[in-house]
Structure formats: C-alpha cells, structure tokens
Design a protein around this ligand. Sequence first.
Ligand SMILES: Cc1cc2nc3c(=O)[nH]c(=O)nc-3n(C[C@H](O)[C@H](O)[C@H](O)COP(=O)(O)OP(=O)(O)OC[C@H]3O[C@@H](n4cnc5c(N)ncnc54)[C@H](O)[C@@H]3O)c2cc1C
Length: 331
Amino acid sequence: MAISQAAVDVCTNSGVNVNKRQTTNSEIKEIPLLGTDCAIKSQVPLSAYTSYRVGGPAEWYVAPRNIEAMHASLIYAKEEGLPVTVLGAGSNLLVSDRGIPGLVIATRHLRQTHFDPETGLLTVAAGEPIPGLAMAAAERGWQGLEWAVGIPGTVGGAVVMNAGAHNSCIADILVSAQVLSPDGTIETLTSEQLGYSYRTSILQGSDRIVTQATFRMQPGADPALVIATTKQHKQHRLTTQPYDKPSCGSVFRNPKPYAAGWLIEQTGLKGFQIGNAQVAQRHANFIVNCGGASAWDIFNLIRHVQYQVQDRWSILLEPEVKMLGEFPAAC
Ligand SMILES: Cc1cc2nc3c(=O)[nH]c(=O)nc-3n(C[C@H](O)[C@H](O)[C@H](O)COP(=O)(O)OP(=O)(O)OC[C@H]3O[C@@H](n4cnc5c(N)ncnc54)[C@H](O)[C@@H]3O)c2cc1C
C-alpha cells in the first residue's frame, strides 16, 4: 500500500491549545452558562453529530439557543483560553478519533425561518437544515432552493462552504449573512463581502460565526411544479450518490477542468478500502463508512487516494472535507 503509516509524527489541525480545563473521560462535567438556559458539557461524543458517524469527543460542547447564549459561549471560551470550533450539521467534517480540544459550539438549536412575500426574501437562522428549508420553500411555490435539497447541512455551514449542486450554489442566492465576532460585534455581510468562489468564502478559517442568512427567492410559482423539480433533484442524488452509507459528500474539490471522481475512478480506486472506509462504488469522490470505520481509516484512505491520483495524473487533490483534531502529519 503506497501510504505512509508514519503516525508517530502527529500534527494538529484546529489550533490546539492545552488549557487548565482539559478533562479526561473519567471526569464528565456540566457547567451552567451564566445568564442563559444552556450548559457547557465535557466529553461529548461527536460521532453522534457528524454525518460520517466517527470522531472522538468534544473536550467541551455547547448548543446555544439564541445569539446571546452564543456570545456567552464565546466569552466563556475566551476566559478559559479554549479554542473554539463551530459545528453545523457536521456533514462536511472528519473529526479525529481523539476528538476536538477546546469548546465546540453547535448551531443546531438556532432555528427560525421567515418568508417575506412582499420582498421575496427568505431569512433563516444558521441551524436550520437545508433539505427541510428547500422543501418548505417548494411547498410555498418559492423557487431558488430546489437544487439544495440533497445537501444535508445547515444554513450556516452552507453559507460558509458556499455549498452547491446542479450548477447552482449559495453565492447565487445569498443577499447577506449575519455574523457574530468573538467580541460580540454583529455584522451583516453581503455576498460580495463574503468573497465567494468555488466552495469557499472568507468565513472559512475565520473566528466569526454565521447566525443568520437572507436569500433572494422567486415566490409565486405553482407549488406542485417547484415540489416536482425539488424531488427530481433529490431523486437524482439518491440514484447517483451513496446516500445509504455515512459520508461527508464529496471528499475532494474538483480540480478544474477535471472532476475529482473521474480522476479517482480512472486511477482504479473505486471500491478500494482501508479498514472500514471505502471509496464508494457509486461515486468515486465519496468515501463511505461501511460500518465501524475510524476517522483514521478515512484519513488514511484520503491520503492514499491523493498519492495514487498524484502519481498517475500529477494532480494533487485538495480535500473539501474539513479535518478537525489530531491526524498523522502529512509527508
Ligand atoms: C451525503 C452528502 C451529500 C453532500 N452533498 C453536497 C453537495 O451537493 N454540495 C455541497 O456543497 N456539499 C455537499 N455536502 C457537504 C456538506 O453537506 C456541505 O458542505 C454543507 O454545507 C456543510 O454544512 P454543515 O452545517 O454540515 O457544516 P459542518 O460540516 O458542520 O461545518 C463545515 C464548516 O463550516 C463551519 N461552520 C458550520 N456552521 C458554521 C457557522 N454557523 N458559522 C461559522 N462556521 C460554521 C465549520 O466550522 C466547518 O469548518 C454533502 C454531504 C453529505 C454527507
């Protein structure tokens, strides 16, 4: 196997910072977040909150229900010297088996949706799941999100990733995003200010948290037609991609003009497996968890695919998936 097993040399991917509140498995704690109805919990398994169903625990975890609690969480992290990681639906993440140090702030409880028929604007809280939003828009006869129904992320994650499918992406419809900075400042950034390009925005790697987004939609269509188009997109995904097994969707960005999946398939890697992680038979840019895979199985398979494709095509595939926590150093 042309893959480095040099796991001795370990690097960190998320700004690890050992701190005074570091916990061990034996000491599970729950700390009320003062002035809020939230508690910060220790050692929360993240495999339950990622689409890969792998990953160790968050050292500390909180799921605020409003912006005030979100800000209180950031203040807590600052006071305790904890690095912060934001978690949406965890559908574009590979979390290390060793977990994530610091405070993981989940947006899953930030839920609110407002359709304004006067303006055609749809304003949504960051934790709203995209598939449900696409269907809710379709049921009102609002066009604009049909393409997004198969993306199992949150609004916040989609805004940060500039999620896209079927030749459309978030940048096409985003009017603005509300972001919260660690100092408590709330800003409204336009699509232009977010510096969008293919699956990127300036928010990736930033310390700002998306709390809400506003999309420009086209109301007034026949709901039956919008629902039909939305369902067609969903059906197309179900038949062309392996939705039956845990994954993160496309693992690699497409190195234009090539499709990553085509390069991987042409390299003969479809079905290649390390541990219980496998290059999907149905779509070679998916690596699926066949059941019981570890994050390291998936990580090793990602590296193996990169080496093999580079060897054959002299193209280094760049991961789209965000890797969080400790993984073996690249070599
Ligand atoms: C089966 C499957 C199919 C998929 N298909 C597609 C597809 O067609 N197109 C596509 O683009 N993607 C696809 N994905 C990948 C994924 O769904 C998208 O990237 C999605 O936008 C990630 O959203 P999330 O809420 O899960 O973010 P997460 O995975 O939780 O986080 C992704 C990144 O965004 C950051 N983040 C999340 N929320 C916030 C926030 N509120 N504020 C600041 N930072 C935040 C995280 O820290 C992390 O860096 C697919 C995934 C799966 C599992």
